[in-house]
Design a protein around this ligand. Structure first.
Ligand code: ADP
Ligand code: MG
Ligand code: MG
Length: 256
């Protein structure tokens, strides 16, 4: 049983060599094992900033508030420690890793997280099984990470990591953007498998409602202007699909 606790998080982004701009303005959120939370909001509302801050991206400065994983201070951890502690972050714009194959990347990551290299025979089987389930060709393992990957391949690579690295808490930023409907279904099935097997807590960050037809969240948080302005169950996602963010943007504008 794990808990990610985000308390009154304020974050500024560095916009120039000496300038920064406040983006997150007091985010409170608790994600527990087995729960799926969706953060939904219009473009520019700060959703990716939340993900980058938790990941420890150097451009994002936490000015106040805290992020705890099972009581441990995530913000005090180095980036690789965050992964070892059980946090997984899939970014909206994943980076290319030239010269490193998917297969080596996954084994290195698994070694770092598990604290020892997985036994080669069982590992090869694990990877093969995960790739089969995800519907990716075995030759995918020999390609360089994210080099020339299509949108769908990038997302499948993320889900492959999710299945093999077995994090406690996964944060998936715009896992649905740029996916055709088949890729969306495959990726959703992967997330649902991880949910069913691993007792994982998931924070799904998205602008669109369509992925929520395949991954039903337990909680939906509407994100506008760097903070959560409304919370509910999956019915809130249905409402957003019907009527969009307008009502929330207007209400947030009225109070700020
Ligand atoms: P979302 O993911 O909800 O679309 P973002 O977190 O990407 O929103 O962006 C929130 C705001 O912060 C936007 O106004 C964006 O322009 C600004 N911002 C985010 N990252 C940077 C950056 N690296 N440099 C400059 N501005 C940024
Ligand atoms: Mg955006
Ligand atoms: Mg974003």
């Amino acid at each position: 049983m794990s808990t990610l606790e985000i308390r009154d998080l304020h974050v500024s982004v560095q916009t120039g060599s000496e300038e920064s701009k406040p983006i997150l303005r007091g985010v409170d959120l608790t994600v527990k094992s087995g729960e799926t939370h969706a953060i939904m909001g219009p473009n520019g509302s700060g959703k990716s900033t939340l993900a980058y801050s938790i990941a420890g991206h150097p451009k994002y400065t936490v000015t106040s508030g805290s992020v705890l994983l099972d009581g441990e201070d995530v913000l005090a951890m180095a980036v690789d420690e965050r992964a070892r502690a059980g946090l997984f972050l899939a970014m909206q714009y994943p980076v290319e890793v030239p010269g490193v194959s998917v297969s080596n990347f996954l084994r290195t990551a698994a070694t770092a997280i598990r604290g020892e290299a997985p036994k080669l025979r069982t590992w090869v089987k694990e990877v093969k099984g995960a790739m089969e389930q995800l519907g990716v060709d075995q030759s995918f393992a020999e390609r360089n990470v994210n080099e020339g990957f299509s949108g769908g391949e990038k997302k499948r690579h993320e889900i492959l990591q999710l299945e093999l690295l077995k994090p406690k808490i996964a944060i998936l930023d715009e896992t649905d953007s740029g996916l055709d409907i088949d890729a969306l279904k495959t990726v959703s099935e992967g997330v649902n498998r991880a949910r069913a097997n691993g007792d994982i807590g998931t924070l799904l960050i998205t602008h669109y409602t369509r992925i929520l037809r395949y991954i039903r969240p337990d909680f939906v948080h509407v994100f506008v202007g760097g903070r959560i302005v409304e919370e509910g169950g999956s019915e809130l996602a249905d409402e957003l699909e019907e009527s969009g963010y307008e009502r929330f943007i207007t209400a947030a504008g009225a109070v700020s």
